[in-house]
Design a protein. Structure first.
Length: 236
């Protein structure tokens, strides 16, 4: 059986894979959003998603370690690796202490940041021909890529929140990694830029004008959020 899902949050993805396993479906592979499942005994395996030590592969050291603790590598895709362990062998938790959880989350945070920077670079490359040559292909490419920039910005914020909660539980100061007002400011500028592009090239269409207004209002919300966050940080 194959199922298509697009997950940006590995926590949500892990929950879904485990719910499928409890229903009697074990994942055997993944590629470009398509998950392959095989029928099994309900609850036979528990799943976790980890960051691999390579792209589309895991080193022999990583594989040997997982094998030594009774964990099976299902598949690798990009920087992610899907792992499973028999439920009969006990609860499956990759990172049980705060320090290992923080190391894992910081690694994920850096991955999101790198991908977001790459996406911003790709979007910038498309902006010049979009403005200079009125290239509709580059306009749509810029708008399409901006969606992913926003998504990864959102995941950066989610991951920072998880890091904050662990640090708060440890009684540590979290002011250094509080929600960054620059993230909200950047997202606001993205929405504003999208509104400007649509208004410049597609202003003759009523639907596009409505979309521009919505994007402009959304940008204003994010600008306000960035000011509020910055003010809150200063007061603390």
């Amino acid at each position: 059986m194959k199922k298509f899902r697009m997950y940006w949050d590995t926590v949500k993805e892990t929950e879904w894979l485990n719910s499928m396993a409890r229903e009697g479906w074990n994942v055997t592979g993944f590629n470009m959003g398509f998950y392959t499942f095989e029928k099994c005994e309900p609850g036979e395996y528990q799943y976790q998603i980890d960051t691999s030590d390579g792209l589309w592969k895991c080193s022999k050291k990583y594989r040997d370690f997982m094998e030594s603790v009774g964990v099976e590598i299902v598949c690798c895709w990009g920087v992610w690796v899907v792992l499973r362990k028999k439920t009969a062998d006990g609860n499956f938790e990759l990172y049980s202490d705060d320090e290992s959880k923080l190391d894992h989350l910081y690694k994920i945070l850096n991955i999101y940041k790198i991908v977001m920077l790459i996406e911003i670079g790709c979007m910038s490359i498309n902006l010049y021909p979009a403005f200079a040559h009125n290239s509709k292909m580059n306009i749509f490419a810029s708008l399409f890529i901006s969606i992913f920039v926003i998504l990864f910005g959102y995941m950066i914020n989610i991951t920072k929140g998880r890091i904050n909660r662990i640090l708060e539980n440890k009684g540590e100061n979290v002011s250094s990694i509080q929600k960054n007002p620059r993230v909200a400011l950047s997202v606001g500028w993205l929405f504003l830029m999208c509104a400007y592009i649509l208004n410049r090239f597609f202003s003759e269409y009523l639907v596009m004008n409505i979309i521009c207004i919505i994007l402009g209002l959304t940008a204003a919300v994010f600008f306000g959020l960035s000011i509020r966050t910055a003010t809150k940080k200063k007061s603390e």
